[in-house]
Write a protein that binds this ligand. Structure first.
Ligand SMILES: *[C@@H]1O[C@H](CO)[C@@H](O)[C@H](O)[C@H]1NC(C)=O
Ligand SMILES: *[C@@H]1O[C@H](CO)[C@@H](O)[C@H](O)[C@H]1NC(C)=O
Ligand SMILES: *[C@@H]1O[C@H](CO)[C@@H](O)[C@H](O)[C@H]1NC(C)=O
Ligand SMILES: *[C@@H]1O[C@H](CO)[C@@H](O)[C@H](O)[C@H]1NC(C)=O
Length: 385
């Protein structure tokens, strides 16, 4: 990190720096990619309003920092995907499932909070698992693309066309995937660690099939986030009392859970390597989200945050957990669980999701390619003919 920052200072302007980071693989005179649209797949880490549209709206104080009203995100403000879109000069992504005021001109978001890779034998109403797992999200994308293409070929004058990408833009778009956390979380709830670990190869097969399907449906540039340090989520840590020595790591995170996430990521990396040879028509970047998030958690204070495992919204008092956004009845009056005074100094928003400030920090690190498999910045990661 320090080395990169020194380079930035030395190079003076971002443009030169971006080229120097990408220089390993990309010749200096390659133009930055121009993505006309983003298609995003995943869970609540990148859901910009799907669960809110399909079920109940996310309650306040979500949105308090940036949108000043709940925006469908589980966050006080923007998510990593919002910062990626902003960096690429594109608007925030509308959820595919939202039928109200949506504009898909520059992409669509298929991510839904609680989504998994494997189809779960579970319900949103039982455990918060999304009914739209990754494979269904890719079918929704395919349907979206087919209907857009049809709209363009059949209805040449329709004013509705301005709300959709042009058919030739799909193959130039950025396809972002960030999923896996809920497969692990569901596993920790319902299985032994051995059983969960033995289920990872099945997750990988499904993941690979989904990427191959997207590629068949015109996707060329993939930006794949691995899964974060699930053992550092403060919400899980609430339930840990008097841990045996060695149960937690130096940062206070649950070691066995992070080890599972690392095993998931090791196999995901292998899967991506395999996909690269199977899909010569695609450019696939593997982004080490685990390392980016863990680096923030281990350097919280240095990066201007309070305690790394503090949470901003929600609390745990006298054995009772108050979730962010839940109503409390106090003396016959309804109250929302208040957020902390300064969300920008906290990493965790609600114990599971990151704050806007943390998301901004993480996005900045990954966009420049520092945490990517081949250290290519996002502006050089596109598939080139
Ligand atoms: C759901 O149940 C089926 C049949 O028992 C099983 O094969 C499958 O692995 C289960 N899926 C998950 C995610 O646990
Ligand atoms: C979209 O069209 C392609 C090509 O005809 C087809 O393979 C795919 O199944 C269609 N998608 C959906 C969701 O119907
Ligand atoms: C998984 O565990 C949760 C919580 O313990 C339970 O409510 C749910 O029914 C379980 N799901 C399955 C598929 O066993
Ligand atoms: C709430 O009710 C309790 C007991 O009835 C009372 O002692 C307390 O002062 C009340 N608090 C407020 C803020 O009104």
């Amino acid at each position: 990190m320090e080395m990169i920052i020194a380079r930035l200072c030395f190079a003076g302007i971002l443009f030169i720096w971006v080229l120097s980071v990408g220089a390993e693989k990309v010749s200096d005179h390659e133009m930055p990619c121009e993505y006309p649209a983003i298609f995003n797949f995943g869970d609540s880490n990148s859901d910009t309003g799907a669960i809110s549209a399909a079920f109940y709206p996310r309650p306040p104080p979500n949105g308090v920092t940036f949108f000043h009203t709940p925006s469908g995100r589980v966050c006080d403000g923007r998510l990593v995907i919002d910062f990626i879109a902003k960096y690429l000069g594109l608007p925030n992504l509308s959820p595919y499932l939202d039928s109200f005021g949506t504009n898909f001109r520059h992409g669509a978001n298929f991510a839904t909070g609680g989504a998994t890779i494997r189809r779960a034998n579970d319900s949103l109403f039982v455990s918060g698992i999304s009914p739209f797992p990754l494979d269904i999200q890719t079918v929704q994308y395919s349907n979206f693309r087919n209907r857009t293409t049809k709209l363009y070929s059949q209805d040449k004058k329709s004013s509705i066309r301005k709300n959709f990408p042009r058919p030739e833009e799909f193959s130039k778009s950025l396809f972002v995937i960030d999923i896996g956390q809920n497969d692990l979380a569901a596993g920790f709830r319902n299985m032994t660690n051995e059983k969960l670990q033995s289920a990872i190869p099945e997750m990988m097969n499904l993941f690979a099939t989904d990427v191959q399907f997207l590629c068949q449906q015109g996707a060329r540039t993939f930006w794949i986030h691995n899964t974060g340090p699930i053992g550092c989520l403060p919400s899980t840590l609430f339930d840990i009392h008097n841990p045996v020595p060695g149960f937690l790591d130096d940062n206070g995170c649950i070691k066995s859970q992070n080890d599972m996430a690392k095993e998931f990521n090791r196999q995901l990396k292998e899967t991506v390597d395999k996909l690269r040879t199977e899909l010569p028509l695609a450019a696939i970047t593997y982004v080490d989200m685990f390392a980016a998030k863990y680096s923030l958690i281990s350097n919280a204070k240095k990066q201007g945050f309070f305690e790394n495992l503090d949470i901003c919204c929600g609390s745990y008092k006298n054995g009772v957990r108050f979730y962010c956004g839940n109503n409390l009845l106090k003396n016959g009056t309804q109250f929302f669980v208040d957020p902390c005074k300064d969300p920008s100094r906290h990493i965790s928003w609600d114990g599971i999701h990151y704050t806007e400030a943390a998301n901004r920090w993480i996005a900045k690190q990954i966009i420049n390619g520092y945490f990517s498999d081949t250290k290519i910045p996002i502006t050089q990661a596109c598939y080139r003919l």
